[in-house]
Design a protein around this ligand. Structure first.
Ligand SMILES: [Ca+2]
Ligand SMILES: [Ca+2]
Length: 170
C-alpha cells in the first residue's frame, strides 16, 4: 500500500454483519487535500466476497484482533484480566500465547512474531513472542509503553514518560 502525506489509512468498523451472509468489501482511496472527501474513482478495488463466520465463540470477552498471513491474534479474557491468543487459519489451531496472571493486551502480529502491552512489572511494557525464542521482554523501561506495532524486524511503540516513540530491531 502506498501512503504519502496526502493520504492516511482509516479503518471503518463494520457493524451488524450476519453469520452465514456473504458480503463484498471495497477499498476506496479518498482525497481530502481540499477539505472535502472525494473518492478517487480510479482507485476503487473490489475484494473477494466473504462469508461472515465466528472465529472464536467463547463466553469471555475477546477483542483487539490483528492478522498477518494465516495468523490471527487477539486479547482474550477467558483466564484473567487478559492473555494473548492466536489462531492459525491454515492449520485450524488455537494457541494460548501468554499465561502470566496480569494483563497482556493490544497484540500485533507480523509473520510469526507477536508483540503486545504487558503490565506484569507494574507499568505497561512491551513483550514479544516468536516460536523460536519464546516470550521475551522488548522494552521494560520506567513509565508506560504501549501500542506496539511490528513489521518484519522492526517494532515500534508509544512511550508515555519519554513522550516519544520507541523502536527496536529484532
Ligand atoms: Ca494474563
Ligand atoms: Ca514500562
Amino acid at each position: 500500500m502506498l501512503l504519502n502525506a496526502n493520504y492516511k489509512l482509516t479503518y471503518y468498523p463494520v457493524d451488524d454483519l450476519e453469520e452465514g451472509t456473504a458480503y463484498e468489501f471495497e477499498v476506496v482511496a479518498v482525497d481530502e487535500s481540499n477539505g472535502e472527501s472525494e473518492p478517487l474513482a480510479a482507485t476503487h478495488s473490489t475484494l473477494a466476497s466473504y462469508v461472515v463466520s465466528p472465529l472464536i465463540a467463547d463466553s469471555a470477552d475477546q477483542k483487539w484482533p490483528d492478522i498477518s498471513g494465516d495468523l490471527v491474534v487477539w486479547w482474550d479474557e477467558r483466564n484473567d484480566d487478559g492473555d494473548i491468543y492466536s489462531y492459525d487459519l491454515e492449520t485450524d489451531s488455537l494457541k494460548q500465547i501468554t499465561t502470566n496472571a496480569s494483563e497482556q493486551c493490544k497484540p500485533a502480529v507480523s509473520g510469526e512474531r507477536i508483540v503486545w502491552t504487558d503490565i506484569r512489572n507494574g507499568t505497561m511494557d512491551i513483550y514479544m513472542y516468536d516460536p523460536v525464542g519464546g516470550e521475551q521482554p522488548i522494552c521494560t523501561a520506567a513509565g508506560d509503553q504501549d501500542l506496539a506495532a511490528i513489521d518484519g524486524d522492526i517494532i515500534v511503540w508509544r512511550g508515555w514518560q519519554e513522550r516519544k516513540l520507541g523502536y527496536i530491531y529484532v
